[in-house]
Design a binder for this molecule. Sequence first.
Ligand SMILES: Nc1ncnc2c1ncn2[C@@H]1O[C@H](COP(=O)(O)OP(=O)(O)OP(=O)(O)O)[C@@H](O)[C@H]1O
Ligand SMILES: [Mg+2]
Length: 248
Amino acid sequence: MSDEELVSLRGITKSFGAVRSLDGVDLTLRRGEVLGLVGDNGAGKSTLMKVLSGALRHDSGEIRINGRPVSFTSPADARRERIGIVYQDLALCDTLDVASNLFLGREPKRGPFVDRGKMHRAAAETLSTLHVRVKSTYQEIGQLSGGQRQAVAIARAVSFDPAVLILDEPTAALAVAEVRQVLRMIAEVAARGVGVILITHRLQDLFEVCDRITVMYEGRSVEDEAVADLDIETLVAMITRANSEEAA
Ligand SMILES: Nc1ncnc2c1ncn2[C@@H]1O[C@H](COP(=O)(O)OP(=O)(O)OP(=O)(O)O)[C@@H](O)[C@H]1O
Ligand SMILES: [Mg+2]
């Protein structure tokens, strides 16, 4: 096994009652790599990433981080292994300002009080290193555009210094220019050595930022290809299993 393997998932299964959502999934992520994770609705992408981020326990199979087998019983366990995830619904607090959202739960303190000046300076610095533009860190999240909100959610995850960053459909609801900004952020984070897993149905985005693509179909990982060896028609055929004998 390559020592560059940051994440290795082997034979992951997960059932919800009679529904088998994951049926022996393999996935590999290397350092500094952007991996696209694609598949039809219900293929099991989000479920797999919930397993990797400790939000769900799998039934069988192995998770290795840096070659070491791990067992997650909670998201806190996964965070300790420096696995960060941004869910599609973002989990930001609309009525708080940008800086408070970035530092929610770990605000810089001066004695018993939040050091607001310090928090806003740190927020401005974090955003500027990621080239995220907001008018002010004092703006309420609810006033931001969808793209700015997404950027703040990613910046928050990045500020925890993850080794692995999982983004579940970060561009689904965004306008063109906002998509550009999120893709730029992804490239920038990967350039720092973070392994990024990007779930998206926008296949054209994959060709811009991904190094490799893993395709899921009905709870299984069915393809794993370098982007350089793929084109969009081939990828669509892989996702729909158009050329496969296994296709229903
Ligand atoms: N908590 C749950 N209870 C029961 N079934 C679930 C649960 N979570 C997911 N599933 C089922 O597992 C399967 C995979 O769902 P999942 O959300 O992982 O798909 P997905 O690939 O992320 O799809 P999409 O692209 O639509 O987001 C689906 O059939 C879904 O109904
Ligand atoms: Mg999903």
